[in-house]
Design a binder for this molecule. Structure first.
Ligand code: XMP
Length: 510
């Protein structure tokens, strides 16, 4: 696609993806690649600028990551951040020193506002430092552009060679004006024009898909999750009826989910196939209580249903997948770069007769996917859908899954979600759902004794879903949810709220 690109070279730091996000938010497309592919990628991508990320190493260690110094002679502006400034200084003949005390946290920093990175910004503000080493002697031709009380070179520049370095992290919000510094780098130094917007992306992407697909057929497994829904919306605008989207309703989806997906896609000019397979799934799950076994059965059955539908259509040229950028980023930490493989539905490609995979979202971060979805006119409820496990309510009903239990859980979960949305908490709590425990206990309702299920509510805040904290949902909201569920869902007589973080617990119960 023809847009300006910034190349972010990953030296293994913790903020690498954040840097990429910031650059994109500033309207410039960027890609993250391992540091040791720097020169090769710069020649291939012809970026308008290069950013070196931070990293955990010291430049003097024998095996510390080093970029081929040819990168400094390409005439492309380079910005080194934290470890990035140190490796730049080291490679160009400067000196890096390890002091006794490390500088960490918010630090008063003094800037030379003649330097284009700091143009238009205050001469003194707070920056976020997180380093042990620092540049004690700049390479020839460089001048100091910022300092703190304990770091003589908090920033350096060599405008003639378009090389810049920052000892602190402009990408984190603790650095006042950090984003403005990145904007200056992109727009003042690299000549960015800001051609990365979701509107542009949608138009170009639609054009590209049309050219690639021609008059051939494309098939997509539509789960109703954000990624596959946006993928379907994009393909439907690009190629209309050449797309067949297969949506398998397992009977283990949340309330209204199947109908919502159908409402969003059933009316489009695509071949939308909804397979109602509730009975098929439930009969396979009858009598099964072990969670891993349930997952396997559901995964396998999904493939069988999809396969049967695909067979009816016959050979297709392309299988589309909603793979997104975090799934394809290679890590620069360690020389053995690992590429995560990702399939929306495990194993699916093996069972379908197709020639090539197309992945129109593989350049996008999750929230860019959401923006694109809005751009393409998808309804809010699809675009803002929270993560939902592939096996769905099949794992959130603990123990054996029956229709009765799935229906109870669907109703209770619906009430919980409705109340969270009413309380305006649906964007700040990253995932929230109900779990039907296998436990029944005695209760009293009216004048009668009950012996019904206990339902667990779970709400978490998290950024990456790898770790999570339990959400502090206000008591009055929990009270409303509890009252409504007990009153409206017959078969549940006790509600508990899960107050464990991850780790040690997981987000799902299963
Ligand atoms: P756990 O329970 O491991 O879940 O803390 C982390 C996140 O992953 C989601 N999850 C899944 N997502 N297919 C998915 O696409 C699955 O099989 C699956 N299992 C768990 C879970 O909802 C949480 O957001």
């Amino acid at each position: 696609m023809s847009h300006q690109t910034v190349l972010v070279l990953d030296f293994g730091g913790q903020y690498n993806q954040l840097i990429a996000r910031r650059v994109r938010d500033l309207g410039v497309y960027c890609e993250v690649h391992p540091y040791n592919k720097g020169v090769e990628k710069a020649r291939e991508l012809q970026p308008i600028g290069i950013i070196f990320t931070g990293g955990p190493n010291s430049v003097y260690l024998e095996d510390s990551p080093r970029v081929d110094p040819a990168i400094f002679d390409l005439g492309i502006p380079v910005l080194g951040i934290c470890y990035g400034i140190q490796t730049m200084a080291h490679a160009l003949g400067g000196k890096v020193t390890s002091p006794q005390n490390r500088e960490y946290g918010k630090t008063d920093t003094y800037y030379d506002t003649q330097c284009p990175l700091f143009r238009g910004l205050p001469e003194k503000s707070v920056s976020w430092m997180s380093h042990t080493d620092y540049v004690s002697q700049m390479p020839q031709g460089f001048r100091c552009a910022a300092h703190t009380d304990s770091t003589p070179v908090a920033a350096m520049e060599c405008p003639e060679r378009k090389l810049y370095g920052l000892q602190f992290h402009p990408e984190v919000l603790h650095t006042e004006n950090g984003i403005a510094m990145l904007r200056n780098f992109l727009y003042e130094i690299c000549g960015a024009v800001g051609d990365w917007t979701m509107g542009d992306y949608a138009r170009r992407s639609i054009q590209e898909i049309r050219e690639k697909v021609g008059d051939k057929k494309v098939m997509l497994a539509l789960s109703g999750g954000v990624d596959s829904s946006v993928c379907a919306a994009l393909l439907s605008q690009a190629i209309g009826s050449q797309l067949t989207a297969i949506f398998v309703d397992t009977g283990l989806m949340r309330k209204n989910e199947g109908d919502e997906v159908e409402a969003a896609f059933g009316g489009r000019e695509i071949n939308f196939i909804r397979v109602n397979a509730e009975e098929r799934f439930l009969s396979k799950l009858a009598g099964v209580t072990e969670p891993e076994r349930k997952r396997k059965i559901i995964g396998e059955e999904f493939i069988r249903v999809f396969e049967a539908e695909a067979k009816k259509i016959g050979a297709v040229d392309y299988l589309a997948q909603g793979t997104i950028y975090p799934d394809v980023i290679e890590s620069g930490a360690g020389d053995a770069a690992v590429i995560k493989s990702h399939h929306n539905v495990g194993g699916l490609p093996d069972c379908v007769d197709f020639k090539e995979i197309i992945e129109p979202l593989r350049l996008l971060f999750k929230d860019e996917v959401r923006q694109l979805g809005l751009e393409l006119g998808l309804p809010d409820y699809l675009v803002w859908r929270q993560p939902f496990p592939g096996p769905g309510l099949g794992i959130r009903v603990l123990g054996e899954v029956t229709k009765e239990k799935a229906d109870l859980l669907r109703e209770a979960d619906w009430i919980f979600r409705e109340e969270i949305a009413k309380a305006g908490l649906d964007k700040s709590i990253n995932q929230y759902f109900a779990v039907l425990t296998g436990m029944r206990s005695v209760g009293v309702m009216g004048d009668g004794r009950t012996y019904d299920y206990a339902l667990a509510l779970r709400g978490v805040t998290t950024t990456d879903f790898m770790t999570a904290d339990w959400a502090r949902i206000p008591y009055d909201v929990l009270e409303r949810v509890s009252n409504r569920i007990i009153n409206e869902v017959k078969g549940i007589n006790r509600i508990v709220y899960d107050i464990t973080s991850k780790p040690p617990a997981t987000i799902e119960w299963e």
